[in-house]
Design a protein around this ligand. Structure first.
Ligand SMILES: Nc1nc2c(c(=O)[nH]1)N[C@H]1C(S)=C(S)[C@@H](COP(=O)(O)OP(=O)(O)OC[C@H]3O[C@@H](n4cnc5c(N)ncnc54)[C@H](O)[C@@H]3O)O[C@H]1N2
Ligand code: MOO
Length: 422
């Protein structure tokens, strides 16, 4: 079923209703493309990758020392005849007999007939009068058969799944893919997101500030959040509070983007044009959610391509909170990261927390671990939705559910760590 404005109208939604409406409006993902390994960081895999080789390819030495079959010699007579050496990158072709050993370096394949490596620090080497080299083990009682050997395929075996579709690639994934010899992977296309700020009072940083002006905070916070999510960004700047200008900007943005994110102009003030412009060139999905901050969030679909549009409220903290809670999951779906869920912890409140029944409150918090391993959380100063320094001082949001109006010190609360975006 496709939802439309007529289903949700202007009824205030709960946080859960808004999230489930967004799952229908923005199911994702975008199409996919092959990208070389060196440019894959942060991209989301569109295919699963199975290994066509064993990693490591050969059973090999984990230490510099000697390779031999343990014990391989008569008890009490712990010396071995040194018959050759093998370095990493080489292969020792002759099988090693009982009582013989081969000098070996870390990473060199184990010669046939050997199963154990004893490191150089535990060996003494000497030549007898016939010029034959021997090695003796300093503390034979510490040696275990099979020690210091890495088995073929012990990291990734041939046929093993090395990467599943929907995984956002971190440095360790790039290393693992390289170890399999894979040079490119199919990943979902990066969403192209247009952003702009609205408001006659809003001025670009670097310009002089008029007496009743403010600097454009939101566009730069959004830039950072979108960059962290790996989006391509079209920065459309600051628009005046004029319905026609905003309508034209939405129309242009819808033609060249996969999503549009704006801030300001969504409440009920005289100059709040976003919803009106949306009526002209799109369809309102929903408006207003029972949460704080961020209540007037507007969501819609633009033009015939039904491009997702997020009209975030103007207050800077509301921008950050609504981005994290609503824009982020939708964009992650467009990027193909369909297994993503927000990271939740529980912590005990260090101070009383105030909220209101019937809406979800997101307070800016700082959580810490005490010396017994218990998490505690406290708020970071004033909680007004214009106090961006409360976000700077925070390392998490504290979520107080709609069923609760206060949390006493020592009570358990839900904490959403700022993890990878903030
Ligand atoms: N009568 C009502 N008034 C307000 C309501 C309401 O329900 N009824 N809701 C309040 C809430 S909650 C919020 S949040 C704001 C959101 O309003 P808008 O989205 O229309 O935002 P503006 O009015 O344009 O601006 C609000 C505030 O944020 C400042 N702002 C705007 N853009 C930026 C920017 N790019 N960088 C920094 N700061 C920005 C703006 O100057 C205002 O101070 O409405 C409440 N009012
Ligand atoms: O919900 Mo508004 O975001 O607080 O000021």
């Amino acid at each position: 079923m496709t939802l439309s404005c007529f289903d949700l109208g202007e009824r205030m939604l709960s946080v859960d209703e808004a999230l489930s409406a967004l799952r229908e409006f923005v199911p994702g993902p975008l199409n996919s493309e092959y990208i070389p390994l060196s440019s894959l960081l942060g991209r989301v895999a569109a295919e699963e990758v199975a290994s066509s080789i064993n990693v490591p390819q050969q059973t090999n030495a984990a230490m510099d020392g000697i390779a031999l079959a343990w014990p391989g010699n008569d008890a009490g007579h712990l010396r071995w005849k040194l018959v050759g050496r093998v370095l990493a990158g080489q292969r020792y072709d002759t099988a090693i007999a009982h009582g013989e050993a081969v000098a070996i370096t870390t990473g060199a394949p184990m010669p046939d007939g050997t199963d154990t490596v004893i490191m150089n620090e535990q060996l003494t080497q000497y030549q007898d009068s016939d010029g034959v080299s021997w090695v003796e083990v300093a503390r034979p009682e510490t040696v275990k058969q099979g020690q210091n050997v890495r088995q073929a395929g012990e990291d990734v075996a041939r046929g093993d799944l090395a990467l599943s579709a929907g995984t956002r690639l971190k440095p360790q994934h790039l290393g693992l893919l390289a170890s399999l010899g894979i040079a490119q992977v199919s990943v979902y296309r990066r969403p192209r997101v247009t952003i702009f700020s609205t408001g006659d009072e809003v001025n670009a940083p670097g310009e002089p500030l008029p007496e009743a002006g403010i600097y454009d905070t939101n566009r730069f916070a959004l830039l950072g959040l979108l960059q962290r999510l790996g989006c391509e960004i079209i920065d459309a700047g600051i628009l005046p509070d004029r319905r026609e200008a905003i309508r034209a900007a939405l129309q242009t943005a819808a033609g060249q983007s996969d999503a549009v994110v704006t801030s300001g102009g969504v409440s009920v003030g005289e100059a709040d044009w976003i919803k009106a412009a949306l009526d002209d060139f799109g369809e309102l999905g929903f408006w207003r959610i029972a949460l704080r901050p961020g209540r007037p969030l507007a969501f819609g679909l633009l033009g015939e391509r039904r491009v997702p549009f997020f009209g975030l409220p103007g207050n800077p903290v509301a921008v950050v909170v609504t981005f994290l809670q609503f824009v982020q999951p939708a964009l992650r779906r467009l990027e193909g990261e369909f297994k993503w869920t927000p990271w939740h912890l529980t912590a005990l409140a260090e101070s009383p927390l105030r909220s209101r029944r019937g809406r979800v409150d997101y307070l800016r918090g700082f959580y810490r671990c005490d010396d017994r391993g218990q998490l505690w959380v406290t708020t970071t100063g004033q909680q007004g939705s214009g106090i961006l320094s409360s976000v700077v001082a925070a390392n998490c949001l504290i979520e107080i559910g709609e069923e609760s109006d206060a949390v006493d010190p020592g009570e358990s609360v839900l904490v959403l760590p700022f993890h990878d975006l903030l």
